[in-house]
Design a protein around this ligand. Structure first.
Ligand SMILES: NC(=O)c1ccc[n+]([C@@H]2O[C@H](COP(=O)([O-])OP(=O)(O)OC[C@H]3O[C@@H](n4cnc5c(N)ncnc54)[C@H](O)[C@@H]3O)[C@@H](O)[C@H]2O)c1
Ligand SMILES: O=C(O)C(=O)C[C@]1(C(=O)O)C=C[C@@H](O)C=C1
Length: 285
């Protein structure tokens, strides 16, 4: 069955999902909705969506699937705008980077969490944003985490799982709290460190001189500091507790490294670097 899909926020993630659905031949019609008519007109011009509207009520009318792909800070207001118009048959899902906050935004915005709401998060992206950066293979071979709640309709979970699988993604189910803790460690902390490092160096008097000599290592480490600041502000505010926990742990480890360097403790440094290399070589890519 071909679907009428309604996408709120046709940027990097919403746009890439739309393209992947099109590629899979799943779409009867894709409707984009957002605050920005310019973004929507660009999405239509690029062939990512079939049509757009600035009216959330019209966007969800007769939709089989509604996907929220706006920044975390906008989830609640979008839900408020669709509350009176969302059909109970429609599947509602999202792509937000932190899950407890989206679930709370849906609860506040819709007044309750509908059984056909399936929280989701593709662990795929780039440092670019906007629909011009979207591409149909973004999710191919990547993981997508769904965090259904106790009362979530299993048929809705299966439907959303099936759609993500059509993008080439590998879908896993996880508890909300676990998701937010794991992603605080593997995604949110690295982004905070990259933003922090670049800001630190940019604040030094010799910054122009320093950046002239920034080569491979610096570029690899800081690519993600080019990501959208609004998106990352929202993630830090939304997943505050889990992020603070992992930051405290990391600060302890950084202090251990500082002490080892201060004391000229080569054995300690070698031990840390060997453990880290072994873990990265074993677990990453
Ligand atoms: N970028 C990534 O790497 C990545 C990866 C996984 C999940 N996510 C999540 O996906 C979501 C979207 O991120 P993105 O990278 O696609 O961002 P993006 O900036 O590329 O796209 C966001 C879109 O939302 C629209 N928008 C912003 N505020 C809005 C509002 N109040 N009402 C309606 N539309 C609004 C914008 O016009 C834009 O088209 C975020 O929740 C983010 O946490 C991002
Ligand atoms: O590769 C990147 O540029 C990303 O930042 C993608 C990334 C990540 O941290 O891995 C960023 C945020 C998400 O919610 C999911 C994926």
């Amino acid at each position: 069955m071909k679907l009428r899909i309604s996408i709120f926020g046709v940027g990097l993630i919403g746009g890439s999902w739309a393209l992947a659905m099109r590629h899979a031949g799943m779409t009867h019609e894709i409707i984009g909705c957002s605050r920005s008519e310019n973004h929507l007109a660009e999405a239509k011009k690029l062939g990512v969506i079939d049509r757009y509207t600035l009216d959330p009520a019209e966007a969800v009318r007769d939709a089989d699937v509604v996907i929220l792909a706006v920044p975390l800070g906008a989830m609640q207001s979008v839900c408020k705008q669709i509350q009176a118009h969302l059909s109970p048959q429609a599947i509602l899902t999202d792509v937000g980077s932190a899950k407890a906050s989206v679930i709370e935004a849906v609860r506040q915005g819709l007044g309750e969490i509908p059984p056909r709401f399936v929280p989701g998060h593709p662990i795929a992206g780039t440092e670019k944003s906007g629909v011009s950066a979207a591409f149909d293979s973004l999710f191919d071979g990547r993981r997508v985490i769904l965090t259904p709640l106790e009362h979530t309709d299993p048929s809705a979970v299966n439907r959303v799982r099936g759609l993500w699988e059509l993008t080439g993604a590998q879908v896993e189910l996880m508890a909300v709290e676990e998701h937010d803790q794991v992603l605080a460690a593997t995604s949110h902390l690295p982004h905070i460190l990259a933003f922090g490092l670049v800001d630190c160096l940019a604040g030094m008097r010799e910054q122009e001189e320093i950046f002239r000599y920034a080569a491979g290592g610096f570029k690899d480490f800081t690519r993600i500091a080019s990501s959208d600041p609004v998106m990352w502000r929202d993630i830090c505010l939304a997943n505050r507790e889990a992020i603070l926990k992992i930051m405290a742990l990391y600060q302890k480890d950084l202090q251990q490294l500082t002490t080892a360097i201060e004391q000229g403790n080569g054995d300690e440094l070698l031990g840390i670097f060997q453990r880290a290399k072994a873990a990265r070589d074993r677990f990453c890519l």
